[in-house]
Design a protein around this ligand. Structure first.
Ligand SMILES: Cc1cc2nc3c(=O)[nH]c(=O)nc-3n(C[C@H](O)[C@H](O)[C@H](O)COP(=O)(O)OP(=O)(O)OC[C@H]3O[C@@H](n4cnc5c(N)ncnc54)[C@H](O)[C@@H]3O)c2cc1C
Length: 337
């Protein structure tokens, strides 16, 4: 079996290596770190949700999660497809503790790829490497991903590797580059809030693996590693997007921020991109109006469709990682009623 190469990358000027990091930051380089700008309200909502009965949380969650079963997920994807929207399917999972759980995740994804083909769905899959054992046994993770990529290729399909918190960034990119030596039907996600991402993108494109989803990044990361100012994150997003376009990469433009959608549309026009060079991507249940406008204007749009039995644990963990989401949910509820 091929071994995963170790991280050999030099950090750019903006992101010194962890050894050079002031000690006060060392405890907080992972996604659990808290930034000062979370509002008290978001924190309170996030803290109180674990005590809210599951059926009530389900009412909040059902807009964002396509149910627990494969049948419910298929129905959601079919409805999206009828609206001219593609999907990417994510099996909700929690941190795994045993290699057996990584095998189960891989089997579930193989089943989903079969279902996509059988039901003629316009969909691919999104995979989190931690659910495939990245932090337990990187070689097992690589092995399972190689099998899944083979299976996806047999079904003429594609795998997008989600990006998780900064503990996983280097390993995720290294595993992706290893996979891409054999498989072209795999792509990666990069996060515009990370100071290292611009350099990563260039390295990935130079390795011939420029197939991206570009997002802002969902985890709470320390200032040492990630831009904190919304304007700076947006500026970096637009700069990285332009770099990707200039270097001929394929880009999934994943955002609901209309300022970024506007910046992307400007770049699409400036560089005369055709539909096969990019797509817009959005989360299930978030701003369907913007999604419909993009579809109506002739753009390819893909919606991220999470589903699975672990929806409750997943929602709770996401809220703990980033209480900002609680604020979004509340805003949406207020606007809808
Ligand atoms: C298809 C897709 C895949 C993604 N994959 C990853 C990934 O692999 N790794 C990663 O770190 N992040 C991922 N993200 C999340 C992303 O990093 C952002 O955290 C998220 O999209 C919010 O950023 P935004 O660009 O929409 O801008 P924001 O300014 O944060 O949001 C714009 C508006 O969109 C709405 N909104 C945004 N997010 C939500 C939400 N969750 N619930 C309700 N309303 C919301 C709010 O009304 C908000 O005002 C993904 C996002 C998308 C769309």
């Amino acid at each position: 079996m091929e071994n995963i190469p170790t991280e050999s990358r030099q950090y750019g000027q903006e992101a010194p290596s962890p050894e050079l990091m002031p000690s006060r930051y060392k405890q907080s380089t992972h996604g659990s770190a808290r930034s000062a700008n979370q509002t008290l309200l978001n924190k309170l909502i996030a803290l109180s949700l674990p005590f809210v009965p599951k059926p009530i949380v389900k009412q909040f969650a059902k807009r964002y999660v396509a149910g627990e079963s494969i049948a419910e997920m298929i129905q959601t994807v079919r409805t999206l497809n009828q609206q001219g929207v593609s999907a990417t399917i994510d099996v909700l999972g929690e941190f795994i503790h045993h290699p057996q759980e990584a095998h189960q995740t891989a089997e579930m994804y193989q089943k989903i790829l079969q279902e996509i083909e059988e039901h003629h769905l316009d969909a691919n899959v999104s995979v989190k490497l931690t659910a495939m054992g990245l932090l337990l046994d990187p070689n097992l993770c690589l092995n399972l991903m190689q099998n899944l990529a083979t299976h996806a290729a047999e079904h003429h399909n594609f795998i997008r590797i989600d990006m998780e918190d900064s503990e996983c960034t280097a390993q995720t990119i290294d595993l992706y580059l290893t996979l891409r030596k054999t498989f072209s039907n795999v792509g990666i996600v990069v996060q515009a809030y990370l100071r290292r991402t611009h350099d990563d993108v260039i390295r990935i494109i130079e390795a011939g693996a420029g197939h991206f989803r570009l997002c802002k990044g969902i985890y709470i990361e320390p200032r040492w590693l990630a831009y904190q100012l919304p304007d700076l994150i947006n500026q970096n997003y637009a700069d990285i997007l332009e770099e990707m376009i200039q270097r001929g990469a394929y880009i999934g433009i994943a955002t609901h921020d209309e300022r970024l959608v506007w910046a992307a549309l400007k770049l699409i026009r400036k560089y005369h991109l055709s539909r096969d060079q990019y797509e817009f991507q959005m989360l299930l249940g978030v701003d369907p109006e913007l999604r419909e406008m993009l579809v109506a204007a002739g753009h390819h749009v893909r919606v991220y469709v999470p589903f699975g039995k672990q929806w409750h644990a997943y929602c709770m963990r996401r809220l703990k990682e980033n209480p900002k989401i609680a604020g979004y949910i509340l805003q949406n509820l207020i606007h809808r009623h």
